[in-house]
Design a protein around this ligand. Structure first.
Ligand code: CA
Length: 227
């Protein structure tokens, strides 16, 4: 069941949105502050985020900019004023869609459904492949570790996928660069280290005692998938 996180400080709006989403069979969670969005996303399992632009602690735009550093989860903005709408339309904020208040719940649910359909290739277990403690859905860019959904960036997912192709085998940085980044402009083998670090941190949240990615000094990385 797709899970939707809504960040909205107006309780009346949040309640009706949560109610409408649940009525459509989605799971819905609500937070009041922008600062609560990233920690919740990192905990995993969120398939789409609805962001009110006017939040008490920061703007929804700031939240979106921050989350885009590490996640490609679809984002739907809720905007109140014309000025906000102009910014949504005029700037590259990394949001996928927006609705201006007041909006109809039917319209909101339709937008959510369309975004999820585009983002999630197959719901449920179709397309999932299990390797040890990991499960990957390559077409949907989704991964689970010990049954818990990981919220990965495109590159973290690519790294995990590459390493899982041959568990235990050592991949040097150049090979990982090649496989995951292709001919992307932001290159440099430090990039691999940076993304391994963030991937490790996300795995650690789920299984604090394990470190399935092994650093082979001078060689590269290997992943142990578990039994
Ligand atoms: Ca607001």
């Amino acid at each position: 069941m797709p899970t939707i996180l809504i960040a909205e400080d107006e309780a009346a709006i949040a309640d009706t949105v949560v109610y409408a989403l649940r009525a459509e069979g989605y799971a819905a969670e609500h937070v009041l502050l922008g600062g609560q969005v990233l920690p919740r996303l990192r905990a995993g399992g969120i398939d789409l985020v609805i962001l009110d632009v006017g939040l008490p602690d920061c703007s929804g735009f700031d939240v979106c900019r921050q989350l885009r550093v590490e996640s490609e989860v679809p984002v739907l903005f809720l905007t109140a004023r014309d000025g906000e709408l102009d910014r949504v339309l005029g700037l590259e904020l990394g949001g996928d869609d927006y609705l201006a208040k007041p909006f109809s719940l039917r319209e909101l649910v339709a937008r959510v459904r369309a975004r999820l359909r585009r983002h999630i290739v197959a719901d449920g277990h179709v397309g999932w492949k299990k390797r040890g403690d990991f499960e990957l859905d390559a077409a949907g860019y989704r991964a689970r570790f010990h049954g818990t959904q990981l919220d990965l960036t495109r590159y973290e997912f690519g790294l995990l996928e590459a390493l899982l192709a041959r568990p235990g085998a050592v991949f040097d940085r150049a090979r990982l660069m090649d496989r995951v980044w292709g001919d992307a402009l932001e290159s440099g083998e430090r990039t691999v280290d940076t993304h391994v670090k963030t991937l490790r941190a996300k795995l650690r949240v789920i299984a604090p005692g394990e470190d399935p990615i092994r650093t082979m000094r001078g060689l590269g990385y290997a992943l142990h998938a578990g039994e």
